[in-house]
Design a protein around this ligand. Sequence first.
Ligand code: NI
Length: 132
Amino acid sequence: MRKTRVSATIPEEILRRFDEVCKDLGHKNRSSAISTALYEYIVSNKWIKKKGNIAGAIIITYDHHTRNINEMLTEVQHEYNDIINASLHIHLTHEQCLEIVAVRGEANKIRKLFKNLQSIKGIFSIKFVASA
Ligand code: NI
């Protein structure tokens, strides 16, 4: 593949942590690690534009003590029960929960569900992993 040189401005802290991960993964140089990271970014966000049916898992970590969060998560999931196949709840720590929501259906609807979940206050992280 033809290569090109780019220049980017990124926070020092992110670069420091990136270099640490590169080292842990055994990357010989930063360029190859950046290429791999960019490729993963492209692949993991492909579903954003996809049409038709897709399947995958929405993975959420959240603060169990945020007021009404459990009710909100349940409420949204009930609204989309036609595309949710299963959900798994794990009490990670005293305050943190992990929820894995298996989905299958129209990509547009899954995007809407994702956005609704994302807007709930108290969520630490949320991502969608599409099946290949
Ligand atoms: Ni829990």
